[in-house]
Design a protein around this ligand. Structure first.
Ligand SMILES: Cc1cc2nc3c(=O)[nH]c(=O)nc-3n(C[C@H](O)[C@H](O)[C@H](O)COP(=O)(O)OP(=O)(O)OC[C@H]3O[C@@H](n4cnc5c(N)ncnc54)[C@H](O)[C@@H]3O)c2cc1C
Length: 406
């Protein structure tokens, strides 16, 4: 009698597990249970509808550094299925990927539907059964078999289960997994932007700097990179990375904290004092607002001048010492009070999930219950933006399939 694998969740990890398990082990009956009436819904909306499939990083140690949680774990799992394998896997199925300047990889069609079509084709080709509107509510392991309580019919039984149900935002949603004996790292949001309600700098929405340093006050959290001013606060890679690395710490602060922005990270207060002395001499009669010698966006330069109490007509030679000091401070250590966060709709993830010490990264099998596997965001693994979360989904899904090839 053929064995049966039930995959819980019709997302990236669940599909990758199911289609590869059915392909690698033709004896295995494979069923996906999806609670909603949509399959691969996050793949569809991901990367702004283009699906950032993976990242052009070909060093495992380098890649592992992009995961605020689970870096050690993925270092092991990537040895079995890495970015190069993802690229090859899709290429072998006629899905060509391209790399953008920042390393993100997308299908050449620029459409996430290409990825969905490929995974759906594979599912049909290898006879994967798919049941939608089928929510798993309980999972019991007894005498070597699983009994799966689902919403749309009586319980199902299976020999193997892969839990690939994504991240849950609320702790209570993990109860059916806790009942199996698994521990859960409390979920907190990751990849969000910072709110500074009613701050005058938000008038500059749309202005960005290529390299700013953002530091959280009273914390070791700091990041350097592109910073974008939005109508509600700050966004851009520097902030998103900070939100990922600081997901847990910032949650404990209830997302109320102060940041210091250095708009000119190659400078500090001392080097700016020196630079100002030089400018006062070299361009003494030039109006300060006319001459932005730091390469900052003009609107930001004018804002910082105004914000420092410098009159707009002031010439470099006439800049009073007090205003100079204030402007220098605002250029290299401009403080903002963050009051809350906004979900980054392009690519948000939940950090937290099944505790990694309870899972074997070589097989993705539970160390508590035999034949119970996990893949994707349900695990306490999350990456920064750039295709890292999908890579973990492909890797973990593939490893489960490979473990079942018999
Ligand atoms: C808007 C957005 C854009 C993103 N863009 C990118 C990107 O471009 N690149 C990238 O790397 N990452 C991106 N991410 C993150 C990435 O989508 C996720 O990390 C990835 O989808 C996780 O895959 P998964 O299969 O583990 O979970 P999911 O994709 O969340 O799939 C889980 C599935 O399980 C189902 N399910 C849940 N509970 C049950 C249950 N009890 N019974 C049955 N079914 C259940 C859910 O309905 C869902 O369909 C994005 C996320 C979002 C929200």
């Amino acid at each position: 009698m053929s064995k049966h694998l039930i995959v819980i969740g019709g997302g990236a990890a669940g599909f990758f597990c199911a289609v590869n398990a059915a392909r690698l082990n033709p004896q295995l009956k494979v069923t996906i249970l999806e609670k909603s009436n949509k399959l691969l819904s996050k793949v569809k909306v991901s990367g702004g509808g283009r699906c950032n499939v993976t990242h052009a990083c070909f060093e495992i140690a380098e890649m592992a550094k992009k995961y605020p949680r689970g870096g050690h774990f993925v270092k092991k799992s990537f040895h079995q299925f890495f970015t190069t394998d993802t690229i090859k896997w899709f290429e072998e199925r006629r899905v060509q990927l391209k790399t953008e300047a920042d390393g993100r990889m997308f299908p050449v069609t620029n459409s996430s539907q290409t990825i969905i079509d490929c995974l759906m084709r594979e599912a049909t080709r290898y006879g994967v059964e798919i049941r939608m509107k089928s929510e798993v509510r309980s999972l019991i392991y007894e005498n070597g078999k699983f009994t799966i309580g689902i919403s749309d019919s009586g319980p199902l039984t299976s020999d193997f289960v892969c839990v690939a149900c994504g991240g849950y935002p609320k702790s209570s949603m993990f109860d059916w997994l806790r009942e199996l004996g698994h521990s859960i790292e409390e979920p907190v949001p990751s990849l969000f932007t910072f709110n500074i309600p009613n701050h005058p700098i938000t008038r500059l929405m749309g202005v960005s700097v290529e390299k700013a340093k953002v530091k959280v006050v009273h914390s070791k959290l700091a990041d350097e990179g592109p910073l974008l001013i939005t109508h509600w606060g700050f966004s851009g890679p520097a902030v998103l990375r900070l939100s990922a690395w600081g997901a847990r710490e910032l949650a404990t602060k209830n997302w109320q904290f102060a940041i210091v922005v250095n708009w000119l990270p190659e400078h500090n207060e001392q080097s700016l004092q020196e630079k100002f002395r030089q400018l006062r001499f070299e361009i003494a009669s030039t109006k300060m607002t006319n001459r932005n010698s730091f390469g900052l966006p003009q609107r930001l330069w004018e804002f910082l001048i105004e914000h420092s109490g410098v009159k707009s007509e002031t010439r470099w030679a006439d800049l009073p010492a007090k205003e100079q000091n204030r402007l220098i401070k605002n250029l290299c250590a401009c403080e903002f009070a963050i009051k809350g966060k906004t979900t980054y709709k392009e690519e948000f993830v939940t950090s937290g999930g099944v505790v990694l010490s309870e899972i074997d990264p070589n097989t993705m099998m539970s160390k508590k219950i035999p034949n119970l596997y996990f893949a994707g965001e349900i695990l306490d693994v999350d990456g920064i933006t750039g295709g890292f979360n999908f890579q973990h989904a492909w890797t973990s899904g593939f490893i489960v399939a490979d473990s079942l090839k018999g």
